[in-house]
Design a protein around this ligand. Structure first.
Ligand SMILES: [Zn+2]
Length: 152
């Protein structure tokens, strides 16, 4: 799933929890829970055959996604119900780290941690139902907006 819906859940967590460590743990857990739900981006970049080109494509998409997530975070800091900045930062970091680890392992070719990529992919296939990004993007927007609605 994109970073933006994960971030929206981090905002929600930050309004319910006062302990930064717990916020971080719940952020990580929430990431994998969201990833279990079939979200339509599993086929993203599959049309690109070259592995390196596909990774570059992923990074481009991730950059736009991250920019949206930061915008969302900025909007929340400006208008949302902040409980504690440390809690907010911990929750956001918790929801981001699972995908950032994946990108870092892939980018730096950290073969020792490749098991993590296998695990992350396995989470995505727990419910083996894939559908088009054409439905995936609207679905993820709905998830983001729904979580935002209960966060503000
Ligand atoms: Zn993920």
């Amino acid at each position: 799933m994109f970073i933006t819906p994960h971030t929206s859940l981090a905002l929600w967590i930050s309004t319910r929890i006062t302990d930064p460590l717990l916020a971080f743990i719940l952020g990580v857990v929430s990431h994998f829970v969201l990833d279990i739900i079939p979200h339509g981006d599993e086929q993203l970049g599959r049309h690109i055959k070259d592995k390196k080109q596909r990774f570059i494509y992923f990074i481009k998409v991730a950059t736009v996604d991250l920019a949206l997530a930061i915008l969302l975070l900025y909007f929340f800091v400006a208008h949302g119900p902040i409980v504690n900045y440390y809690v907010l930062a911990s929750a956001v970091f918790g929801t981001w780290i699972p995908d950032f680890s994946w990108i870092a392992i892939e980018y730096f070719k950290l073969n020792k941690f490749y098991w993590y990529i296998v695990y992350h992919e396995r989470v995505h296939r727990l419910i083996n139902w894939q559908y088009s990004i054409v439905y995936g993007v609207p679905f993820q927007i709905i998830v983001t907006l729904s979580v935002l609605k209960i966060s503000f």
